[in-house]
Each structure stands twice: as structure tokens, then as C-alpha cells.
Design a protein around this ligand. Structure first.
Ligand code: FES
Length: 112
């Protein structure tokens, strides 16, 4: 399987991640302080903005389809190219509760 370079902006850290492992698992192995919690793609704690490159993350259920184009949940994301990621950047839905498995926007009532 192909190995990819993953660079983190602001810290300059760089790791090699194969296409079969997640970015988070390599961060943990390399001692990089990547935040995480659930490790199942729901809480968004491990989010990073994708500055360059492409990931596959079909199990990243906490992201909308639109968000998945610009953010990686590192616990689910596997590289499909070399990557530049900005850790600690969170998608807009993190403030709306959609990431915890709600049926939708928690600001809307059932009567809307
Ligand atoms: S650790 Fe919860 S979404 Fe990745």
C-alpha cells in the first residue's frame, strides 16, 4: 500500500501514513498531540481542516457531505494523497449538536 506524507501546519510536524491506516492512529504512534475522544467519527474532537490533499472517510458520520470536503476526522480519515492538515479546526456543525447523532439541527423544533 502506498505511503503518504501528512504535514501539519503551524507545528511543522510531518508523519508518514499508509492508505490503510488512519491519520489519528499514526499520530498516536508518533506521539503527536492530536486531540480525540470517541474514535468512531461522531464527536468531531479529532477534526482537522484539509489544507491540501484528499482523504477517504466514509465512516465520518459527524460531518455533513459538504464539511467532509474541507475537514478530516482524523480517527476515520485515511489519506488518498499527500496531505497538509490544520489540526484543531472544526466544521460549523460542531456548534449545532448534529455531530452527536441528532436527527438534525437542534435549534429547530419538530413543528418547523
Ligand atoms: S475522535 Fe470523535 S470524531 Fe474522531
Amino acid at each position: 500500500m502506498t505511503d503518504y506524507t501528512v504535514e501539519f501546519v503551524r507545528t511543522g510536524e510531518e508523519i508518514t501514513v499508509s492508505g490503510t491506516e488512519t491519520v489519528l492512529s499514526r499520530c498516536i504512534e508518533e506521539g503527536i498531540a492530536q486531540e480525540f475522544s470517541c474514535r468512531v467519527g461522531m464527536c468531531l474532537a479529532c477534526s482537522a481542516a484539509v489544507v491540501e490533499g484528499e482523504v477517504t472517510q466514509p465512516a465520518a458520520r459527524g460531518l455533513t457531505d459538504e464539511e467532509a470536503e474541507n475537514y478530516a476526522l482524523t480517527c476515520m480519515a485515511r489519506p488518498r494523497s499527500d496531505l497538509v492538515l490544520d489540526r484543531g479546526k472544526y466544521p460549523p456543525s460542531i456548534g449545532k449538536g448534529a455531530h452527536v447523532g441528532d436527527a438534525g439541527d437542534d435549534t429547530a423544533s419538530a413543528d418547523d
